[in-house]
Design a protein around this ligand. Structure first.
Ligand code: FAD
Length: 385
């Protein structure tokens, strides 16, 4: 067990830190307020080499590990949660599904353009009547000659209406249950593939959450990434990394809030002393540091044990639950440490608090992660599944 990043990893983190300071931190409040991050900015992340870190070089990526990606994501999220989330989507989730389970032609067609930022990727699982109960999804894919015809609706899709590709989870041939579910790649501009509007949300506002509608969308069969049958487990295992990525963003946001609150508290004077001279404040900072460290090592462990950026389900869920709940505790405490100022919109803490809130839902709710953890602890499938 090695608890220390390698010199190369430390150098990459230092570069990400510098990049975050110059390119993300000064604009994070503006993107939150405008609820939009410009595509030119997203391109900067790709140009800096932050997309496709986990993708092998033969597909245009950097051939690095899940841990390398997580270290960069955490560092960027310290400065800007929105940016961290964007980097997650272009290192984990759908692109790892394509890498591990797609066809060679799909890998060669899609992954290089993701790595350069020329195209961006969404993942379309959640439906109005199938959230936690994903296996109840009803978006249908019916074979017709060389194509599948897609009908249905997805909501809460990150990047909806903005990204070139969406990996859509659909029910093939009306087969019920998980056996009927596969994933197919849908491209912006396909006839009948419509953007159904934005869903305004509490945090990470610079990245759009929205609705996608499929009205007889004709998608070539060659776009099937994971066929239905017995591959639902593959779909879910490829998604585990996304949870670790989300946990790394939560960790970064919490670290950013901690750093800010610590500096503030070390300067703020009341009763003629710095407030960090009071033991209550010292204990608060110590507890926040303990919480951060515990989350950090759970996130790093899950990432370190990944194979081809596929992380273990148990380790991913443990890391995500802990990091997302920790981020809420730490950002909340950071506001408290800064008093009314911490609550003000002129400081970044209220944004960090709002941003941190999404990770107990996005990527699967904390309750569903706990259910998954319980199946491992009890060594048996549970009725909710
Ligand atoms: C910011 C954000 C980004 C997102 N991005 C995407 C995306 O890009 N792509 C995508 O497909 N989806 C995305 N989602 C959707 C997300 O995956 C779902 O919100 C999540 O899976 C929960 O589904 P739901 O919202 O329908 O809640 P529901 O399933 O309706 O659950 C409501 C509550 O009931 C609890 N619950 C449900 N079933 C059980 C049970 N068996 N036992 C105990 N408790 C239970 C849940 O934990 C939750 O607290 C995003 C969500 C958010 C908030």
């Amino acid at each position: 067990m090695d608890f220390k990043p390698s010199p190369t990893q430390q150098k990459r983190v230092a570069q990400a830190h510098q990049f975050g300071l110059q390119e993300a931190a000064p604009y994070a409040a503006k993107w939150d307020q405008e609820e939009h991050i410009p595509r030119t900015q997203i391109q900067k992340y790709a140009d800096a080499g932050f997309f496709g870190l986990t993708i092998p070089t033969e597909y245009g990526g950097h051939g690095l590990s899940a841990l390398d990606a997580v270290l960069v994501i955490e560092e960027i999220a310290r400065h800007c949660g929105i940016s961290g989330r964007l980097i997650v989507d272009h290192n984990f989730g759908a692109i790892i599904t394509i890498l591990n389970f797609g066809t060679e032609a799909q890998r060669r067609r899609v992954l290089p353009t993701i790595c350069t930022g020329t195209t961006l990727m969404s993942i379309g699982m959640t439906e109005p009547d199938a959230g936690s109960a994903l296996t109840d999804l009803t978006t249908s894919a019916i074979a017709d000659g060389d194509d599948f015809i897609l009908n249905g609706k997805k909501h809460w899709i990150t990047g909806a209406g903005e990204r070139e590709y969406t990996l859509v989870y659909a029910r093939f041939g009306n087969v019920p249950g998980p056996k009927g579910i596969g994933a197919i790649l849908v491209q912006q501009g396909m006839a009948g593939f419509n953007y159904g509007g934005r869903i305004p949300s509490l945090g990470v506002r610079g990245v759009q959450e929205g609705i996608l509608e499929f009205d007889n969308v004709r998608v070539p069969k060659q776009n099937v990434v994971v066929p239905a049958g017995s591959a639902f487990g593959n779909l879910m295992s490829a998604y585990n990394g996304q949870r670790v990525g989300a946990a790394a963003v939560a960790l970064g946001i919490a670290q950013g809030a901690f750093d800010f609150a610590k500096s503030y508290a070390d300067e703020r004077k009341q009763f003629g002393k710095r407030i960090t001279d009071f033991q209550t404040t010292q204990f608060k900072l110590a507890d926040m540091a303990i919480d951060l460290e515990a989350a950090r090592y759970l996130v790093y462990r899950a990432a370190s044990n990944a194979q081809a950026a596929i992380t273990d389900r148990f380790e991913s869920s443990v890391a995500k639950v802990y990091a997302s709940e920790m981020a809420l505790r730490v950002t909340n405490e950071a506001i408290q440490l800064c008093g009314a100022e911490g609550y003000g919109r002129h400081l970044p803490l209220e944004r960090m608090y709002r941003d941190a809130r999404c990770f107990m839902l996005a990527g699967g709710s904390a309750e569903m992660q706990r259910l998954g953890i319980a199946t491992v602890v009890l060594k048996r499938p549970l009725p909710q599944h």
